[in-house]
Design a protein around this ligand. Sequence first.
Ligand code: F6R
Length: 266
Amino acid sequence: MEIIIADSYEQMGVQAATIIRQQLLRKPNSVLGLATGSTPIGTYKELIRLHREEGLDFSQATTFNLDEYLGLPPSHEQSYRYFMDEHLFNHVNIPKGKIHVPYGHAESVLEFCEWYENEITHAGGIDIQILGIGGDGHIAFNEPGSSLGSRTRLKTLTEQTIQDNARFFTSMEEVPKFAITMGVGTILEAKKIILIANGAAKAEIMAEAIEGPITSQVTASALQLHRDVVVIVDKEAGAKLKRADYYRWILEQKKKLVPKLIGYAS
Ligand code: F6R
C-alpha cells in the first residue's frame, strides 16, 4: 500500500484525480470504478476542472459504480445514480451508454447482480477503482461480516450505516435498509485501487483498516491483500496511523528514487 497524507480535503481530491488523469492519459478507454458519498466529491470536482480547463477526455471511458440503494429509482434525489449525474456525469463527456450504476429498481435482483458482474468482465475488468470507507469499515456496502470473496449482491445495511444515511432523508422510514453492492471479491479484482478518507470521524477506522488485522469485520482491511492500492487521507483521517512518519518518509525516498529508476537522475 502506498499511503499519502494530504494537507487538506481539497489536496486529497487533487491527488486522487491526478492518478485517474494519468490512468486516462495512459489508457483512454479505461474502465473506472466509482464511488458515491461525501468523500469523492472533491475528486470529482477536480476531474470536472481537468475536463473543462485541460481537456481531460472521458469519451472512451466506461464506468461502473459500486452500489445503489434497493428500491430507489435513478430519478430519486437520494439515489446514487442521481448523485453521480449531479457530481460527475453531467459535467464530463463519458458516453451515457458506458455508464453503469447498479439498478435499484431491478425486477430480479439476483439476475441483475449476475449481469453486472458479467458486464464488468466484458468491459475487460476495472482498471482503477475509487473507494471511500464507512464508519464501520465497509467498502461499497460490504458491511462487517461480508465475505472477503463476495460478489455483487443484495446486502442488508447495518444500523450504523442506516443512521449515517438518515441525514439525507426526511424520515427514518424512508432510509433504505438494503443495497445492491459490488462484493469485496469484485473490488479486489480491480487492477488498481484508490482508497480516500477525510475527517476525524474516519481516523480510528482508517488505522484499523490499514494497520490492523485483515478481517471480514472491517472489510476495508481486505485491501491489504491487493498489490496496487493507494490510500489518500487528509491529516484528520490520518491522525491515528501509528506509522504515519514512516509513510511520509517512504514518499520522500520514492521521490528521490523514481528519477533514477527511469533514468534521468543527475
Ligand atoms: C458509496 C460507498 C460507501 C461510501 C462510504 C463512505 O458508493 O460505497 O462505501 O464510500 O459509506 O461514505 P462518505 O464518503 O459519505 O463518508
